[in-house]
Design a protein around this ligand. Structure first.
Ligand SMILES: Nc1nc2c(c(=O)[nH]1)N[C@H]1C(S)=C(S)[C@@H](COP(=O)(O)O)O[C@H]1N2
Ligand SMILES: [Mo]
Length: 425
């Protein structure tokens, strides 16, 4: 699959350098099919060829569907520790997907100690510590509480960290920025369960622990636990997948994914944070000033063009649709700008509605490429006014040796042969 030019109108004025066109262009009637055949196959009314799949009955029903056999490249890319195969990551192929929802089988994975095979009948969730009525719930009991659904992204705090490397990484965008996925999560607002157990006013943090072999644990600030945190039981309509935390996980919209504890089995209300591995040895970083960043929970605004993108090749000059994703852990994406001249001029992209807070937002913009080399960029602005920084700005603030929370503007060089690669520009 390589991007093919769409159609060749030449009466359209660019709105910014490099051939960027008005974001409303595809909305105007008549434009979409007005092109005189460029790239389209001529229709032969006399053709008698019946394709093979129309000559025999089709396949049988299936109990659980799978993608087409022709879509073998839309897969997670695994990077696991050979000596401890349950420790590692797998990336969502963002460059092969459209819209805003990640299919469950392609949700990125991060496990510290593999995927536990939990029997839901035996699983319990315990609330203890600073509660007046410590409680243990079975799944059967939990299913009697009211549920809500909300769509949001889950993003690892280490997503995009190859951006800190000296040289730009040359992988498809999903294998650079795809430790981020987006689902509709359904479950019980955590505040209801905390209330049920009689959370005491002196509790400031919740220690959350998973039932994996590493019993991964982190501290969650009580304000977030009482705000929009969800005890999720369903993911895109079906029970949460084992990789995502079956039978239950925490969802803290907009926060680093490490706080979204999977296979949750224990919540302990406490006065002070635990100072666990994942909030001290990891996720704490020195800044150039000598000051350390700790408890940097919110994932700042980010955007990335998913098409066209590195690994694909443009098939000659013509009209293309630029498409990408933007998100912010602070709120709603207000605007995404695109540049096709390395950041000298910018044009606002069309944002797909509905615009939801702490969610993937799809942006698109028509673009007429004249075949000359140039640099594509995108930058996101959220409703707090925060603007995704240039890489040089991020490095000036945070130093060269960062690991977590890399959210700088992403740049691709388009060469005259239509190929694309990541650049720092
Ligand atoms: N119990 C448990 N919860 C966990 C982890 C883990 O290893 N064990 N990994 C955390 C990290 S670092 C991330 S990025 C997210 C990944 O969630 P996902 O695998 O559903 O994408 O889960 C978090 N919750
Ligand atoms: Mo993570």
């Amino acid at each position: 699959m390589s991007p093919t030019p769409i159609l060749p109108p030449d009466d359209l004025e660019p709105v910014a350098g490099g051939g960027l066109l008005d974001r409303r262009m595809f909305l105007r009637q008549g434009i979409a099919l007005g092109g005189a055949g460029l790239g389209l196959l001529a229709f032969d009314a006399d053709a008698t060829d019946v394709p093979r799949w129309m000559k025999t009955p089709g396949g049988p029903f299936t109990n659980y569907g799978e993608p087409s056999a022709y879509e073998k490249e839309a897969i997670r890319w695994i990077s696991a520790n050979a000596k401890a195969p349950g420790h590692g990551i797998s990336w969502t192929p963002l460059h092969r997907l459209e819209g805003t929802i990640t299919p469950n089988g392609l949700h990125f994975e991060r496990h510290h100690n593999g995927v536990p095979a939990i029997d839901p009948e035996q699983h319990r969730l315990t609330l203890h510590g600073l509660f007046s009525k410590p409680i243990q719930f079975s799944l059967e009991q939990l299913f009697r509480y009211p549920m809500v659904s909300r769509q949001c992204f889950v993003e690892c705090g280490g997503n995009s960290n190859a951006g800190w490397h000296e040289e730009p990484i040359q992988t498809p965008v999903g294998y650079f920025h795809g430790l981020a996925s987006s689902s509709e999560w359904t479950g019980i607002p955590l505040s209801i369960l905390l209330d049920e157990a009689g959370l005491q006013p002196e509790a400031r943090w919740l220690v959350a622990e998973g039932a994996d072999a590493g019993a991964m644990n982190v501290s969650i600030p009580i304000e977030k636990a009482l705000d929009d945190t969800l005890l999720a039981l369903y993911q895109n309509g079906e029970r949460i997948r084992p990789e995502q935390g079956y039978p239950m996980r925490l969802i803290l919209p907009g926060f680093e994914a490490v706080l979204n504890v999977k296979w949750l089995h224990r919540l302990q209300a406490v006065k002070e944070p635990l100072m666990s591995r994942n909030e001290t040895a990891k996720y704490t970083e020195l800044e150039p000033s000598g000051k350390a960043r700790q408890f940097t929970f919110i994932m700042e605004a980010k955007s990335v063009i998913t098409q066209p993108s590195p690994g694909f090749r443009l098939k000659g000059p013509g009209l293309y649709q630029i498409s990408g994703l933007a998100w912010s852990g602070r709120g709603t994406i207000r605007r995404v700008d695109i540049s096709a001249d390395g950041g000298r001029s910018w044009a606002p992209a069309a944002l797909q509605e509905p615009l939801l807070s702490k969610c993937f937002t799809r942006f698109r913009l028509p673009w007429r490429w004249d075949g000359s080399p140039l640099i594509l960029k995108s930058r996101a602005i959220d409703d707090t006014g925060y603007q995704q920084p240039e890489r040089s700005t991020l490095i000036a603030e945070r130093g060269q040796r960062g690991y977590f929370h890399y959210n700088a503007i992403v740049a691709f060089a388009v060469d005259s042969d239509g190929s694309l690669r990541h650049v720092y520009a």
